[in-house]
Ligand binder design. Structure first.
Ligand SMILES: C[S@@+](CC[C@H](N)C(=O)[O-])C[C@H]1O[C@@H](n2cnc3c(N)ncnc32)[C@H](O)[C@@H]1O
Length: 214
């Protein structure tokens, strides 16, 4: 799976992509991540990527030219859908992540300021996705949220000790929220682990866990 991410803050991805599971998946070539600095595509002599909104009002809008050229460039290497992260997009869900994990690639556009020029949205974006009903300062965190939740569903990305098949919202859990987990010690500050979990009775444990799904 190839992810091309278009942003004006490429360094915001560095620490996250260089840690743990995502780093390992990249190293194992299960995912490929390319971060593109939209500013580099600007034909403005000061490498400007934003301008005042037509019609007036507060805030700036990302100009179409650098975005257009950056998307066309990424498209040469990535045939997957072009996705704009935006609060007014379709809300991201586990089912959506599962569908996206089957694709060969995708291109994420991270907005800033008031967002991007509508003409880019109308012509070059295949899908608009929101990570929830709240507003962040930029699309970088939403892009990382999608990248993480999609990557962990790709076969081989999670180690043997981890699995996504029994996670909250999975098909196996009827799309419900997961049951509680306990680990050693059996008693902690007077709180005991539910008896059924230490009984060794697999059928009863499965029934208890099912009863705790929310
Ligand atoms: C300050 S926001 C723009 C908000 C926009 N003016 C609005 O009211 O919908 C700047 C950028 O952050 C990203 N962003 C903010 N909240 C987001 C969310 N909930 N989901 C996805 N992207 C988001 C988008 O890329 C957006 O273009």
């Amino acid at each position: 799976m190839r992810f091309d991410i278009l942003t004006i803050f490429p360094r915001t991805f560095e620490s996250y992509l260089n840690e743990s599971i995502i780093k390992r998946a990249h190293k194992k070539k299960l995912i490929k991540i390319k971060i593109h600095d939209i500013r580099k595509f600007s034909k403005d002599k000061h490498k400007k990527v934003d301008d005042v909104p037509y019609g007036g009002g507060a805030g700036m809008v990302m100009t179409p030219q650098p975005l257009h050229d950056a998307i066309k460039y990424a498209r040469r290497y990535n045939k997957g859908p072009v996705i704009f992260l935006t609060p007014d997009g379709n809300t991201f869900t586990q089912i959506k992540a599962e569908k996206m994990a089957k694709k060969s690639g995708m291109i994420f556009i991270c907005g800033r300021y008031e967002g991007i020029d509508q003409r880019i949205r109308d012509t070059l974006i295949d899908e608009e996705i929101s990570i929830g009903n709240y507003v962040l300062t930029g699309g970088e965190l939403p892009a990382m949220v999608l990248l993480d939740s999609i990557s962990r569903l790709i076969p081989g990305v999670l180690g043997k000790e981890q699995s996504h098949e029994q996670d909250s919202f999975s098909k196996a859990l009827d799309r419900k929220k997961e049951y509680p987990h306990y680990t050693r010690p059996a008693e902690f500050k007077g709180m005991k682990v539910p008896k059924v979990l230490v009984s060794g009775h697999h059928k009863n444990i499965a029934a208890w866990r099912k009863s705790k799904l929310k």
